[in-house]
Ligand binder design. Structure first.
Ligand SMILES: Nc1ncnc2c1ncn2[C@@H]1O[C@H](COP(=O)(O)OP(=O)(O)OP(=O)(O)O)[C@@H](O)[C@H]1O
Ligand SMILES: [Mg+2]
Length: 283
């Protein structure tokens, strides 16, 4: 049995009560168009990079179908009142280069294509950010500015895009105490606030590898759900085991097997992608 099957065997459905996911009465939903920041994403460029880019014809039907299957349980949990902060979803992996950003961006695009579903994609890999690069856009301010500068509001640094339901929170300006800032109470407060204030929105975090930095495991402790990317034929079993042990605080962990080898005749697996998903009880 593979490590993935073993890990999934451990994962059981969960049902943990929360006090309330409802926003306070005087809080309005995140106004997507309240910011002057706007970027045009080149959809043709996305297509060339194997990223889902449009409704229908402009992208690989297979990759779109795969991410549709991955997002379905995430969306179900995100709007299940029994899941605490279910709308906060982190994409991570054990080691560098396993496909975290590729999966974050594709997942965000896939969710943004749902009717009535908005997604905020956060580049929380502040030491080695690449979400903006994948999307072919640039921005100065973002997450790090929110946690280090008093008076900066989320809506000041959000980037709206030509993909109507997709908003980006860039990593922001590098700070030498980035790790400490991400582990700070300010960051914890920000995450809680985002989850509660915008319960109708999926907030997806691209993160660093769990075994290389401490930020991802700190972030994990605030997440309602985690997508763990595993690189086919590459991620060592002990590394995956250790990485899973670092995110035990999160009740719902899904495993995505990325870069699966092409199998002629099996079109479904032909785009280097496969997935597995499971849930487990909180402690
Ligand atoms: N399923 C896939 N199909 C095609 N290309 C992929 C796939 N997964 C990842 N890639 C490519 O592999 C490279 C590494 O992926 P990515 O940047 O997403 O990894 P990462 O885990 O975010 O790396 P890092 O740890 O450095 O942040 C990128 O060029 C990406 O486009
Ligand atoms: Mg990355």
């Amino acid at each position: 049995m593979s490590i993935i099957e073993k890990a999934m065997e451990k994962l059981n459905p969960k049902a943990k009560a929360v006090e309330s996911d409802a926003p306070a009465e005087n809080e309005s939903p995140m106004p997507a168009d309240s910011t002057a920041n706007y970027r045009e994403i080149n959809l043709e460029r996305l297509k060339q990079r194997n990223i889902i880019s449009l409704h229908g014809e402009n992208y690989s039907a297979s990759i779109a179908e795969e991410f549709r299957m991955i997002k379905r349980p995430l969306l179900d949990n995100a709007f299940d009142k029994a899941v605490r902060n279910g709308n906060l979803i982190m994409v991570t992996s054990s080691l560098p280069g396993e496909g975290k950003t590729f999966c974050s961006v594709n997942l965000a695009m896939s969710i943004a294509m749902e009717m009535n579903r908005t997604v905020l994609l956060v580049d929380a890999d502040v030491l080695k950010p690449s979400v903006l690069h994948h999307l072919g856009i640039t921005a100065d301010r973002g997450l790090m500015d929110l946690v280090q500068e008093k008076g900066v509001k989320v809506s000041d640094v959000l980037i709206r895009t030509n993909i109507e339901n997709l908003t980006i929170l860039p990593p922001g300006r590098h700070h030498k105490r980035a790790t400490e800032l991400l582990a700070s109470n300010v960051m914890a407060g920000l995450l809680e606030d985002m989850a509660q204030r915008y319960p109708d929105r999926i907030i997806l975090f691209d993160s660093p590898p769990l075994l290389v930095t401490t930020e991802a495991s700190v972030l994990a402790s605030h997440m309602g759900q985690i997508v763990m990317v595993v690189e086919a034929e590459k991620t060592p079993q002990p590394a995956l085991k250790e990485a899973l042990s670092l995110i035990e605080s999160c009740d719902i962990v899904g495993l995505v097997l990325n870069k699966t080898p092409y199998i002629p005749g099996f079109e479904y697996y032909g785009y280097g992608y496969g997935y597995g998903y499971g849930k487990r009880h909180g402690q």
